[in-house]
Write a protein that binds this ligand. Structure first.
Ligand code: Q46
Ligand code: ZN
Length: 311
């Protein structure tokens, strides 16, 4: 196999584009795809200050590396979920990357703010950790972006993540989610920062190849709560289809984005207001995170945690 660009010996095959690249040309290809995605959706421009949510995994660290190389102004945010062992190892990988590159990194911890980790909040409110985690992460990255004056929040969601959630939303006809699923979520309120996914057309395998070529030291393990998640089943099913018919994932997602208007009527008009306790944007008087923390802390009379977060 020869590199599509320079005809040297190829090291990475990109089957869905019917191409292969050597290490150097693959990096060029990866950076070009990221740049193309950013420009195609006008996600941000070189003047913007981007807050990138990092987990220590290959996707977010590869994106961090790519954004720096593309010349964007980026600060990373690590959210410490308090998941035993895993959170510490994740943070170590982020710190290692920041130390190696000199790139700025902020951290925020659920335990420091509310006195409880994500698994503790989930236990006390009798919810599954991932449901609590997703909500708290969205809350915290928006809050950190607002307080730090960032114009945009970027996450490392890749093509595999996007098609797995598309399949899940279609299988269960989650029309509201389908109406809102896109790589660019604009700000719909002055206190809601826009959210973007610059890796949305790059596969998990491509992110892995980039991380390996760039010698990025990432955390290979999954969060222990991911085990048994339906999104993993969807990813496996999609991998089978992709192996038989390369390019299916990308055309599935692109076809959906092209026909997204079909779901527009399900994006209900909701009235947004500020939470009376924390000031974050919500549709209720008190936001869902403040209500969740209140319930968790009521069951936790032994901690002196504060239901009203201040970072
Ligand atoms: S980190 Fe959080 Fe994931 Fe762990 S608890 Fe679930 S949602 S699996 S991306
Ligand atoms: Zn609130």
């Amino acid at each position: 196999m020869r590199c599509k660009t320079c005809h040297a010996k190829a090291t990475v095959e990109v089957r869905h584009h019917n191409a292969a690249y050597c290490n150097d040309c693959f990096q060029e290809y990866f950076l070009k795809r990221v740049q193309h995605n950013i420009r195609a959706y006008r996600m941000f421009s070189p003047g913007d200050h981007v807050l990138l949510v990092v987990s220590g995994g290959k996707d977010s660290l590869s994106l961090w590396d790519a954004l720096i190389r593309l010349g964007y102004r980026v600060t990373a945010l690590f959210i410490d979920l308090g998941i035993e062992g895993y959170s510490r190892r994740s943070e170590d990988k982020c710190r290692e990357f920041a130390a190696r590159t000199g790139a700025p990194l902020q951290t925020v911890s659920a335990k420091e703010i509310w006195g409880l980790s994500i698994p503790e909040i989930a236990r006390k409110t009798r919810r599954i950790p991932c449901a609590v985690c997703g909500r708290v992460k969205r809350y915290l990255f928006n809050k950190c972006a607002l307080e730090g004056g960032f114009s945009v929040v970027a996450t490392g969601h890749n093509l595999d993540d996007e098609v797995a959630s598309l399949l899940g939303n279609l299988l269960h006809w989650q029309t509201g989610y389908l109406a809102r699923q896109q790589p660019y979520l604009p700000s719909t309120h002055p206190k809601l920062v826009k959210k973007v996914k610059p890796l949305y057309t790059l596969t998990e395998r491509e992110c892995l190849a980039y991380a390996l070529i760039r010698q990025i030291s990432y955390l290979p393990e999954e969060c222990p709560h991911a085990e048994g998640a339906t999104s993993i089943t969807y990813k496996e099913a999609l991998n089978h289809i992709e192996a038989a018919s390369p390019g299916t994932k990308l055309s599935f997602l692109k076809g959906f984005l092209k026909h997204k208007e079909l779901f527009r009527e399900y994006d209900g008009d909701v009235e947004l207001r500020e939470c009376s306790r924390c000031g974050q944007v919500t549709t209720e008087k008190v936001c869902s995170v403040c209500r969740l923390m209140e319930r968790a802390q009521k069951r936790d009379s032994r901690t002196g945690a504060n239901a009203n977060p201040s970072l």
